[in-house]
Design a protein around this ligand. Structure first.
Ligand code: SF4
Length: 294
């Protein structure tokens, strides 16, 4: 059947359960955007894997119709890396929050960038730990008062955009759920990119972060695409990513050409996806191995 006859709608990517996020949570915006984008791209659920860690936003795979895996705190990128290398034919998307990805999973975030494995990382950055009811996170602003910092956050936040670029990421972007068309544009570019892609998404926590709310971002957010930014210019990308005052930029910060890890490794590059190759064991050996794991 021609592909255009089986093109799916965004609603076909709804999971079996509805989100239990607070009304107004920014994460709804990214969920709806990803459903729309993958439908427009002509992807189908069996061609996709969505992997998450722990946190409000990490419930994403349960609300999305595709292969999914809700893993351990901060470990989504490790699991997704294995899946992407074992089956190049899958479109692999990692989802999670700033605490899960940049704090608990900070080590994986560093190394996924330099490895350039072909997957897309969508981080719903609300600058707070929401699931545990409002503690300071790696992206909380300096001075921010939270349950764990009642006198103000003493630490400086990390900058995910400059961190990813410095660590070798080949595609880096930022979006805002309050600007859904623009968010859809950067998410699509990220999924289409061959290699590791990061999209840091401003996704307000309406319950626990009353500093960085929708009005905060609406007043400040400016699209890079409305100016003359060149995404091949890493210095300009870093300078713009570090602006955090009256103007905060969203958009396609940086992209460079580089062969992804799966294509560089001869064992992975030849013979098709490992996941689809013969196991090289007898049926009895296979049953024994599976039996021990169940
Ligand atoms: Fe969203 Fe915050 Fe509610 Fe969690 S606590 S669902 S991040 S609004």
């Amino acid at each position: 059947m021609p592909a255009d006859l089986i093109r799916l709608k965004p609603t076909d990517f709804k999971g079996k359960v509805d989100p239990d996020w607070c009304a107004g949570c920014g994460d709804f915006g990214l969920l709806n955007t990803v459903r729309k984008v993958v439908a427009e791209m002509g992807l189908r659920p069996h061609e996709m894997l969505v992997v998450s860690g722990i946190g409000c936003s990490s419930n994403f795979p349960g609300y999305f119709n595709a292969y999914g895996m809700h893993t351990l705190h901060g470990r989504s990128l490790a699991v997704a890396s294995g899946a992407a290398l074992a089956n190049h034919e899958l479109t692999v998307i990692c989802t999670g929050g700033d605490g899960d990805g940049y704090g608990i999973g900070g080590n994986h975030f560093t190394h996924i960038a330099r490895r350039n494995i072909d997957l897309t990382y969508l981080v719903m950055n609300n600058q707070i730990y929401g699931l545990t009811t409002g503690q300071v996170s790696p992206t909380s602003e300096h001075g921010m008062k939270t349950k764990s910092t009642p006198f103000g956050n003493l630490e400086m936040p990390i900058n995910p955009i400059t961190s990813a670029i410095m660590n070798g990421a080949t595609f880096v972007a930022r979006g805002f759920v309050g600007d859904p068309k623009h968010l859809a544009m950067v998410v699509r570019k990220a999924i289409e990119h061959k290699g590791f892609s990061l999209v840091d998404v401003f996704s307000p926590c309406v319950t626990f972060n009353h500093d960085n709310d929708y009005p905060f971002f609406r007043e400040r957010v400016r699209r890079l695409e409305d100016g003359d930014h060149d995404p091949t210019d890493w210095k300009s990308a870093c300078e713009k990513a570090m602006e955090w005052d009256d103007v905060i930029y969203t958009g396609h910060f940086f992209q460079k050409e580089a062969t992804d890890l799966g294509a560089l490794e001869p064992i992975l590059a030849e013979g098709g996806p490992i996941a689809l190759r013969p196991l090289g064991v007898t049926d009895e050996q296979r049953d024994h191995i599976v039996g021990r794991m169940m």
